[in-house]
Ligand binder design. Structure first.
Ligand code: HPA
Length: 246
């Protein structure tokens, strides 16, 4: 049974090299997932792929139905999730084009449906989220990057911003003071929902740009998308090495 899913973000709407076997539309009590799930063989393993922003890339980060996406994957029997997230680099070493495997998160998002534990509960439920990512899967990604000869950053604090606008320079300064190394709009509540469902979840962050005020000039979406495209070549190489190890 397939138990590994890849959630693609900006720049990764399809997984080239995936030999598609079928597509599944899944309904959930939380509404519809972002797109049909694509099953296929990738590097000798059956995986499920989904595009977080929809196949046409029309769902903005604050409107992604994270609960439906994760719930549906869980219903399909998925246990491991590799999430691909475009980010802005805050740490001076996280230059555009680099990839990183965050180990911590600070959540600055608001008003996104962010938990399964609210209605129809027999008791109040809290999850442990001390380590927000699955260390085993992070270890697989770190090992795969080494095998692939990719210079990846093995740790880092991911600051999850609300979007869809990019941040102000002062917001990035505050995030840096808080300890954030990178900023992205899709890391939360996805990671927490995966934990609520008991899934093993890790992120591969692709640095698309210097965060606001850290580079030169204003940020343009065209520039972000073209850098992400370059980073995605690395992601594909990474996945080729990681998937057999999961
Ligand atoms: N900020 C937030 N999200 C992002 C960025 C950024 O600079 N780049 C890519 N995703």
């Amino acid at each position: 049974m397939t138990e590994l899913a890849i959630i693609g973000g900006t720049g990764l709407r399809t997984l080239s090299g995936l030999e598609v076997t079928r597509r599944a539309v899944q309904q959930t009590p939380y509404g519809e997932p972002s797109c049909p799930f694509v099953y296929g063989m990738y590097c000798g393993k059956e995986v499920v792929f989904m595009a977080r922003h929809g196949v046409a890339h029309v769902i903005p980060p604050h409107q992604v139905n994270y609960r439906a996406n994760l719930w549906a994957l869980k219903q399909l029997g998925i246990h491991h999730v590799i999430s691909i997230n475009a980010v802005g680099g805050i740490h001076p070493e996280l230059a555009p084009g680099r990839i990183a495997f965050p180990h911590q998160i600070i959540d600055y998002t608001w008003s996104r449906p962010h938990t399964f534990f609210e209605d129809r509960m027999s008791q109040v439920t809290h999850i442990d989220f001390t380590e927000p990512y699955c260390e085993t899967l992070r270890g697989v990604l770190i090992g795969a990057a080494e095998q692939a000869g990719l210079e990846a950053w093995p740790r880092g604090v991911y600051g999850a911003s609300q979007g869809p606008r990019l941040e102000t320079a002062a917001e990035i300064d505050r995030m840096a003071r808080d300890g954030c190394d990178m900023v992205g709009m899709t890391g939360m509540p996805e990671a927490a929902l995966a934990r609520e469902l008991g899934m093993c979840y890790a992120s591969c962050a692709v640095v698309a740009n210097w965060a606001a005020g850290r580079g030169e000039g204003p940020l343009t979406i065209g520039h972000i998308e073209s850098t992400v495209e370059v980073g995605m070549h690395k992601v594909r190489r990474l996945l080729e090495h990681a998937i057999p190890l999961v």
